[in-house]
Design a protein around this ligand. Structure first.
Ligand code: GUN
Length: 293
């Protein structure tokens, strides 16, 4: 089988256009959706992500605020910024870019964000709402983007065995929680694999849908994937490649060429899940606006 390619760039664009249309309608009623992104330090990957988020936000006609602070900022100063954004009526969504410097307690910062403005879906209130199936939950952007990729490409999750590889708070755990919810994009039978899983390849071979979010370059190989499986690759890994001007290439958690030859559908890296994350951030900001008014 040769896999259909699930195009995250194209779908991300569709969702951003939908968001832009709704944002324009809200603006006509005098409400401009506003997103604040807080960047601490000089991490190049974080800077690039934050730049893309700001650009997408402006393109969707939203109000965008970028707060940048040096890595030496104290936790108290960062908490004060969050407090100020929590009470700013022009801001409906707040995102504090992770990772934060080691001297700052990440949980304390995330807990300080008003759950109604928590467009990352990382606050325990939103995590809890997601688990119990409360539709007002703001859902983590990356796994919520994966659900959109499945549903909007006609991939039925109902009754399917979905195997999630990785148990991170940002992707693996919320991914599993989304897939077991009732309704479209849910109703799956879910297994979560991680570093302690016994015979992980055998578990992955039993999957109808594989979601790789383990952060290891080309970890999922063809022998681990059954014929006709749907493969979603959440990984973005830098691999040295002296033949390229940058000196590296980006690869996912899936050995793309060999797995694509076996799967029925697959997401590429880059151009797969990545662009969906930003689209869902905008969609979450819109959800936050609607729930606030
Ligand atoms: N760093 C990497 N991914 C994310 C994300 O989805 N949200 C935030 N806040 N930081 C990140």
């Amino acid at each position: 089988m040769s896999a259909r390619i699930i195009d995250g760039v194209a779908l991300g664009k569709v969702i951003r256009q939908e968001v832009a249309a709704e944002a324009a309608a809200l603006k006509a009623r005098g409400i401009t959706p506003g997103l604040a992104v807080v960047l601490v330090g000089e991490n190049p990957a974080s800077k690039a992500y934050v730049g893309s988020k700001e650009k997408a936000c402006l393109e969707a006609g939203m109000h965008s605020v970028k707060v940048t602070r040096p890595a030496e900022i104290t936790e108290a100063e960062l908490l004060a910024i969050v407090d100020q954004l929590n009470t700013d009526p022009t801001i409906h969504g707040i995102l504090v870019q992770l990772p934060l410097p080691k001297h700052i307690n990440t949980e304390r910062v995330l807990l300080r964000i008003n759950p109604a403005k928590d467009v990352d879906g990382f606050h325990p209130v939103n995590v809890g709402k997601l688990v119990i199936g409360d539709p007002t939950a703001l859902k983590p952007c990356t796994p919520w983007g994966v659900i959109q990729m499945l549903t909007r490409n006609g991939i039925d999750t109902k009754g399917a065995h979905a195997v999630v590889i990785g148990r991170s708070t940002i992707v693996g755990k919320p991914m599993a929680n989304l897939l077991i919810q009732q309704g479209p994009g849910g109703d799956a039978t879910v297994t979560v694999c991680h570093s302690r899983t016994k015979d992980l390849p055998a578990v992955v071979r039993s999957a109808d849908i594989v979601i790789a979010a383990i952060g290891k370059a080309e970890f999922v190989t063809a022998d681990m994937v059954r014929d006709g499986a749907v493969v979603i690759d959440v990984g973005i890994n830098r691999v040295d490649d002296a033949s390229l001007p940058k000196g590296y290439k980006l690869v996912g958690d899936v050995a793309y060429a060999e797995v694509a030859a076996k799967a029925s559908a697959i997401t590429p890296v880059p151009g797969g899940v990545g662009p969906m994350t930003i689209a869902m951030l905008l969609a979450n900001t819109l959800q936050a606006v609607k729930q606030s008014s």
